[in-house]
Design a protein. Structure first.
Length: 410
């Protein structure tokens, strides 16, 4: 799946499947891009590239204003963030997250609205306190501003001049807020339950500006794929009412306090449904990375400065790894039916660059299903009929409806 911007080739999944069948899993695309469509090879190439990656220099480094210090490996940053992500998926944090999502949806009850937009924001905005704990309303609003820039670019694909100027202003405001909080937190002796806490030990080594860059990377991670995935989940709940009923039965059978502990064994249908939704509609169909240095892996050579492309959508839809790959069938995840997929299932990315927020992200998807099925009713407008736009990522279109509190929910 190549970049769809003007001047580059557009390859449909069927063309791609055919090309891989004929030419093998390594394809040469235009503009020095190598496509890797074998799951194990994709992981090796990505790892070879990432292993030497370090936190990029900032303007201060380019100007030589910081003394020479050993670079910090991206791996180290990822380890700090992933461990913190695991801790943040604890029941106490999940309770607070659920209540924030609940409050968000309650505020949006009663009016006809775009349900993709609603899902995106119901997931993205409540994540912000997990990035930086203790922000006041003004600072939260500044970070919501950054999320607006992401929403306008990714979902609305609005790149008009006015939007760009507005985004510049919003991003600068958010960046100033982040820097202020980092400086404040360096002086704070109390530990906070947020992603910033895990990066504070790096401030002395790489400076406030580069830690601010890392925080903005996590903010970007929070402000795209989680929301897109939530929109797909809501769409799947609407498209497959029998699954909605099964999930409702599971989530209403459990007290909320138990749900916050994410007892996946007691939520088997919810679990299969989420797995299948992010298989059929993975957040990001393909990703393209520059080679930061020469890469050699199993006979594949990619020169520094060239690029390679990996595709979760291809891997999730290839008949080499799945029976009837295009059919939405959560029961394919039943233990009795599971088939080996050779590592093709990558909804949270490829291992060396996989999502550092997957623990929180997955937990939030479970809570979102619970919230939608047990606490709210969604009436989707029949006309025009909702449909799934598949262009780089999946987003439901013409997906309009009304959210109301569910009678008897509490
Ligand atoms: C359903 C929820 C989520 C999904 C489906 C998802 C998916 C992904 C995927 C596919 C990648 C790999 C992108 C790439 O390789 O370029 C990724 C990376 C990342 N995600 Fe997530 N994500 C989710 C939630 C989150 C959350 C909640 C956070 C933050 C708390 C987060 C932070 C990140 C970051 C920082 C990266 C970049 C990692 C790196 O560059 O090494 N994600 N995510």
């Amino acid at each position: 799946m190549a970049d769809r911007s003007a001047g580059t080739e557009v390859i449909s999944i069927n063309d791609l499947l055919e090309r891989v069948r004929q030419e093998g899993p390594v394809l040469n695309f235009q503009n020095d891009v190598v496509g890797i469509f074998d799951p194990a090879l994709a992981v090796k190439v990505d790892k070879a590239n990432t292993d030497q990656h370090t936190v990029p220099d900032s303007l201060i480094d380019y100007l030589g204003l910081r003394g020479a210090a050993p670079p910090v490996a991206w791996r180290e940053v990822r380890a700090l963030l992933s461990e913190q992500g695991g801790r943040l998926a604890a029941p106490e944090q999940m309770r607070a997250l659920y209540l924030r999502m609940h409050a968000f949806l309650s505020r949006r009850c009663g009016a006809v609205q775009d349900l993709s937009e609603l899902s995106w924001w119901a997931i993205s905005e409540p994540l912000l306190p997990l990035l930086i704990d203790g922000m006041d309303a003004r600072d939260t609003d500044a970070l919501i501003g950054e999320q607006k820039t992401r929403y306008s670019g990714i979902v609305l694909q609005d790149f008009g001049v006015f939007r760009r100027l507005l985004n510049l202003h919003l991003s600068r405001r958010a960046a100033r807020t982040v820097v202020r909080h980092i400086k404040r937190r360096v002086r704070d002796t109390r530990a906070h339950d947020d992603f910033l806490q895990s990066l504070l030990p790096l401030v002395g080594r790489i400076g406030v500006d580069r830690v601010a860059y890392l925080i903005s990377t996590v903010l970007a991670g929070m402000s795209g794929l989680p929301g897109i995935t939530a929109a797909s989940l809501l769409y799947a709940l609407h498209r497959f009412p029998e699954w909605q009923a099964r999930i409702r039965a599971e989530t209403t059978a459990l007290p909320l306090e138990t749900l916050y502990t994410l007892p996946m064994r007691e939520l088997p249908c919810t679990s299969r449904f989420i797995k299948e939704t992010i298989r059929v509609w993975p957040g990001l169909f393909a990703l393209r990375r520059p080679a930061w240095h020469d890469i050699e892996a199993e006979g594949v050579s990619i020169k520094k400065g060239a690029a390679y492309e990996l595709s979760s959508y291809y891997q999730h839809h290839s008949p080499e790894f799945w029976d009837q790959p295009d059919v939405f069938d959560p029961d394919r995840w039943l233990p009795s039916r599971r088939q080996p997929n050779k590592g093709a299932y990558v909804p949270f990315g490829f291992s060396s660059r996989a999502c550092i927020g997957s623990a929180v992200g997955h937990a939030q998807l479970v809570l979102f299903c619970a919230l939608i099925t047990r606490d709210f009713d969604i009436q989707v407008q029949a006309e025009p009929a909702p449909w799934m736009k598949l262009e780089g990522f999946a987003i439901p279109i013409d997906f309009k409806g009304v959210v109301t509190p569910r009678a008897g929910a509490g």
